[in-house]
Design a protein. Structure first.
Length: 576
């Protein structure tokens, strides 16, 4: 990148006021600092400074990928429908997949991910186990037609990602490369200056049995996670925690049907019976892929995890209120005792040792106390169904877990043979047989990482960039460009710092000092060299450290050398 820039030649349209549509700090500051501009909902133009930061993130990612022998290529953004139909995802992916037709009526999509394209490529190129393992990556645009784009770059429709794909002859080879990717992803987070946690996660639409998300901790994050001091952490959608507080020592009772007029919630029921909410059982109605009725039973004080529910019963979906009548059940007061014929009852594993349950009676205004599984009703299957939460116990060491919010910046997957089998991608194994490739997939949200860095690094005045992602490292701020003493010194210092290889900008605008200072803090240049009349008269310039606000005076003749040394030391902490 160019190391010597003039503000007068650089488009940095800063804003004095917060844009009305912004909800989180990164969105607000990227707009105010003149780094992005909205084109449409979830679609942005990156202005020069924003693009410089994007390129720096890309460079860090490239370096870490190349260090583990993953090699860069570039795949098309527009993808043919045939490959997606072969993989089964053309319909399964849902409305987030933007579909289109060319002038000949052939179907395409805007790529939200590239498993199909890369598998098709390797299928036609790699023949033998001797050519494996193979790891390839790209940095490319993606498009997902989000139903509600929000939070700027965190929930956009068009975004930039690094996605890598690896191909292996054995599970052991995949595991080895997967662990290399996990370590590389940790280094990427550290070099970006992110406070993060690797967490167990759900694989979602990508698929695969083993996956890890890398979460940048932030109160504004959309993801919830639980973690333990032992090092275990998981997204609440995937976390299997030990649930405390269930009434495992409840006595055996006679089943009794009681009148509960006007009781429509677990909180109301618990208050009516004078028992804690966890001593009740909540039943949620769903249907499976064959429209068969399913009752999910969970402790009354907990929430059903839809991801786990669909894992317990394939394609299970909760009933809409308008569907209850067709199944002959009330909207409230559901329970496992005498459900409609052929109803599957799936209960959370934490209820397995509960002797008697307090449940709905499948009749409005009635509940049942003392219902016993095995005596009064049957459980078809026990499963992990709950959304994990702080206060649960760690599955690894049984300590109490804590909660946090996070921004998913990257994720790694062990795909197995999901795509290679679907697309007929095979190689000749050492024993001469044809085998499907064993695959891994590894993604980093480039533009999402940019937003995550700002969410963690800002203050009331603006962005506080780590030097690894700052669009420029140093700004020289002459307090007057017309002063015959100030300007020559400022220009000389700027040129000398630039010539040492430090990315340096000089604010040569004819603006008041207050405007220049406010913009320098807003954009967040890590180091600000202030050149004023009084300082020049004393042979000094002032260096301000944006991260701490510390100000130090430097001799004019030593300033370039001293600033260069400070920048070099800062770079080294991020392995730049």
């Amino acid at each position: 990148m160019t190391t010597a820039l003039r503000m007068s030649n650089l488009h940095v349209p800063t804003l004095r006021e917060d844009p009305a549509e912004t909800e989180i700090s990164s969105h607000r500051l990227l707009l105010r600092a003149g780094m992005i501009r909205k084109v449409a909902a979830g679609i942005y133009t990156f202005l020069p400074l924003g693009w410089r930061s994007v390129r720096k993130i890309e460079q860090i990612v490239r370096e870490e990928m190349e260090a583990i022998d993953s090699h860069e290529l570039f795949m098309p953004f527009v993808q043919p429908a045939e490959l997606w139909k072969d993989s089964g995802r053309w319909e399964a992916y849902g409305p987030e997949l933007a579909r289109l037709k060319d002038r000949h009526g052939r179907e395409f999509c805007l790529g939200p991910t590239h498993e199909e394209i890369i598998t098709s490529l390797v299928r036609g190129e790699v023949r033998s186990y001797r050519e494996l393992p193979l790891s390839l990556f790209q940095i490319n645009l993606k498009f997902r037609d989000e139903v509600r784009p929000r939070f700027g770059l965190l929930r956009g429709r068009e975004f930039i990602m690094k996605d890598a794909y690896s191909f292996h002859a054995t599970q052991e080879s995949l595991q080895e490369h997967y662990e290399q990717q996990v370590r590389a992803y940790g280094r990427i987070c550290e070099r970006l200056g992110l406070s993060y946690r690797p967490v167990e996660a759900d694989s979602g639409q990508i698929g695969g049995e083993v996956t890890t998300e890398f979460m940048a901790l932030a109160d504004t994050g959309e993801a919830e996670l639980v973690y333990c001091d032992c090092g275990w952490a998981a997204n609440v959608e995937a976390a299997s925690t030990i649930v405390p507080g269930t009434a495992k020592d409840a006595d055996q009772k006679e089943m009794e049907r009681i009148h509960t007029p006007g009781i429509h919630s677990i909180a109301d029921l618990a208050a009516f019976l004078d028992v804690p909410q966890y001593a009740t059982v909540k039943t949620m109605a769903a249907k499976d892929a064959d429209d068969r009725l399913v009752f999910f039973c969970i402790p009354g004080d907990r929430e059903l995890n839809p991801v786990k529910a669909s894992r317990a019963v394939e394609d299970a979906t909760l009933l809409g209120e308008e569907e209850f009548d067709s199944y002959g059940i009330p909207v409230g007061s559901l329970g496992p005792v005498d459900p409609p014929a052929n109803t599957r009852v799936i209960a959370d594993a934490s209820l397995r040792d509960v002797v008697s349950w307090t449940v709905g009676a499948n009749n409005d205004d009635y509940h049942i106390v003392g219902a016993m599984p095995g005596r009064d009703f049957e459980v078809s299957e026990w499963a992990d169904l709950l959304v994990a939460r702080p206060g649960d116990h760690c599955p690894r060491c049984e300590s109490v877990v804590e909660g946090a919010r996070g921004i998913e910046v990257s994720q790694v997957f062990q795909l197995g043979t999901k795509y290679s089998e679907a697309l007929g991608a095979t190689f000749t194994a050492e024993n001469g047989s044809e085998q499907p490739f064993i695959m891994g997939c590894y993604g980093v949200g480039i533009t999402r990482s940019l937003a995550a860095v700002i969410e963690q690094h800002h203050d009331d005045a603006g962005i506080v960039w780590p030097i690894s992602t700052a669009p420029l490292e140093v700004i020289v701020v002459p307090l007057s460009i017309d002063d015959a003493e100030v300007w020559p010194v400022a220009e000389s210092v700027w040129r000398a710092i630039s010539e040492s290889g430090v990315e340096t900008l000089i604010d040569d605008r004819d603006e008041r000092a207050g405007v220049k200072f406010a913009d320098a803090d807003l954009v967040g240049y890590p180091y600000q060299v202030v050149v004023g009349k009084r300082g020049v008269a004393a042979g000094k310039v002032e260096l301000k450290l944006r991260a701490t606000g510390e100000r130090v005076e430097l001799p004019v003749d030593k300033a370039p050398e001293m600033v260069t040394r400070i920048v070099s030391e800062d770079r080294a902490t991020y392995h730049l």
